[in-house]
Design a protein around this ligand. Structure first.
Ligand code: COA
Length: 165
């Protein structure tokens, strides 16, 4: 398995993969809408030979903590082709992409996802709990790529338009 940034020629493969992974078209439509709106910060594919077997996308997220803008992104969606799940492709994509985001100066990442999956990468529901967001609970998690990036009392979060929140 290798990974690289997605290019427009990957669009159909990403749409098919995302629809297959989630068993419904909504997440693939979200990927397309985020791209249309110019809100994609990073889109990475996992490939085996010529075949796209995984995909992860991060979109721009408006975060202000105590009046201080934070360079942040939302992780969503991440997909691995059903026949290849559970073999570390998702974890490799998450780890590789977080490194790229850190290199680009992104300070924080939020995710709404499986509460047992994301903590292994350092995501924390406690860190996200103080953010004023459309989500709450164990599934809403945050990660600081720059230590202290979310330090403060009140943080407001605004998702890209395609989320429809
Ligand atoms: C979630 C997903 C991206 C993980 O990728 P993957 O390559 O299958 O996962 P990895 O091999 O890196 O990691 C396997 C771990 O993920 C966990 N996992 C996979 N799907 C999960 C789910 N739906 N809920 C909770 N945990 C899940 C497995 O239990 C396993 O945990 P373990 O390491 O403690 O045994 C992939 O399974 C997928 O595409 N699922 C369908 C779409 C989806 O739910 N996307 C994520 C939304 S937050």
């Amino acid at each position: 398995m290798d990974y690289r940034e997605a290019v427009p020629a990957d669009d159909d493969a990403i749409a098919a993969l995302t629809t297959a992974a989630f068993g419904q078209p909504e997440e693939a439509e979200l990927v397309a809408a985020l791209a249309r709106d110019g809100d994609v910060e990073l889109s990475l594919v996992a490939v085996e030979g010529e075949t796209v077997v995984g995909h992860i996308l991060y979109s721009d997220l408006g975060v202000v903590v105590d009046g201080r803008p934070v360079r942040a992104v939302a992780l969503a969606p991440v997909s691995v082709v059903p026949g290849r799940q559970g073999r570390g492709i998702g974890a490799a994509l998450v780890r590789a992409s977080l490194g790229l985001l850190r290199d680009r100066g992104i300070e924080a990442v939020v995710v709404l996802g499986h509460a047992r999956y994301y903590p292994r990468f350092g995501f924390s529901a406690a860190l996200a709990a103080k953010l004023e967001a459309p989500f709450a609970g164990d599934a809403f998690m945050a990660l600081e790529l720059r230590p202290g990036a979310l330090a403060g009392h009140v943080g407001a979060v605004h998702y890209a338009r395609a989320f429809g929140l």
